[in-house]
Design a binder for this molecule. Sequence first.
Ligand SMILES: Nc1ncnc2c1ncn2[C@@H]1O[C@H](COP(=O)(O)OP(=O)(O)OP(=O)(O)O)[C@@H](O)[C@H]1O
Ligand SMILES: [Mg+2]
Length: 408
Amino acid sequence: MENPLQVGEPLSLVTICLDGYGLGQLRNSIASLPMVHLRAEFQHYLAQNDDQILLERADIYVIDFDQNREEAVHTAERIHEVLGRTAIFALSSSSEPLLIIRAMRCGCSEYLLKPVNHDELLKALTRVREQRKEKREHIRGQVLSFLGVKGGSGVTTLATYIGALLAKVHNRRALLVDYHPELGDAAFYLSLQRHHYHFYALAENAHRLDADLLRPFLVQHPSGLDVLQSPDGFDPPYGQVSAEAIEHTLEFLRGRYERILVDCPPGLDKANMAIIAQSDQLYLITTPETPALRHLIHHLDQLRSLDYPRERVRVVVNRHSKKGGVADDQIERAIDKRIYWKVPNHYAEVMKAINTGAPASLSGSSELMSSLMRWADALTAKQPEAAKGKEAVKPAASFGARAGGAAR
Ligand SMILES: Nc1ncnc2c1ncn2[C@@H]1O[C@H](COP(=O)(O)OP(=O)(O)OP(=O)(O)O)[C@@H](O)[C@H]1O
Ligand SMILES: [Mg+2]
């Protein structure tokens, strides 16, 4: 029978404090498994203020529990706490039941006795693979579309920030789709290599989509965010993919990612509506100036005339400033809808993030970062999102109850 670890999705491993013999054994065991990669080897346990080990975000962490049991327990606990879905294997020469129980309690799913038996290791790796598969079969991810009411509203900026935060801080399986039929900026903003394969080519092959077909299309940002890029030129013209193919592609992606963020080009044409129709939420991004607000009103009207469910639309005011721009209450009156989120104007910080390709930092000290972190928190919260941030002054569902208000 075919070894399940020789095909399918890759599994990455990180080792912590393994000695030379243990490492050699592990390398030998996985040498014949092309889908299992040893990503990093650390010779120290997780120290305070040192996120290097966590940033590797491997599928499996193999920790030697013999060198320092207390530090090994602390390391496993932190990995378990921060990277919830990561598997942890404890390695030890002691088979004392109390030690095994302790390792299991701090999040280890396997306790492997030294010297590690090749077959035992393979069984443990296969169990991780099977659990991942089972989990994925139960995922039905949300599609969150970001659409500017006009060009330059900040769509790519916000989608890349939020996507990276979901992946890095919230440890979610997150995907960013650059839906521009040509020259999308997402890869550039994330400092990713331009990739030959793009979303439209994937959607054109919707009828034969599976994990093997998807893999070469993805590029991963260091935050853990996967990206499906846009075509990097004008020729041949894309955007002619049918709405059915888009629906099918999104359906497939929903089974693999918890959050799928879509960076849409401006407009409510047929191509954009194919994505918007499938979205759980549509974030309409505006800036607080009169010309943009005129566009915002037209967008809301058009969506209403298309019978698009109004509770799915959330208005985000980007580049918000307390001093300049149209006042919030004026905006809300004009659109007869509450502003869902306000993202502060912070050009220098945004440009720095674009230039370094690093939109998500683990600390949210600036006003911009803390607003975006709260937005990302709201997107992962169990309770209704709108209840979380103070910007979300009223849940979308309550707009229908406004006396005399147009049904938007
Ligand atoms: N909150 C913000 N504060 C300050 N500057 C911002 C903010 N958000 C975006 N910008 C700046 O606005 C400009 C446009 O942003 P971005 O490229 O994200 O917009 P877009 O809607 O994706 O544009 P396009 O229509 O070209 O795709 C960029 O220079 C970006 O740095
Ligand atoms: Mg853009």
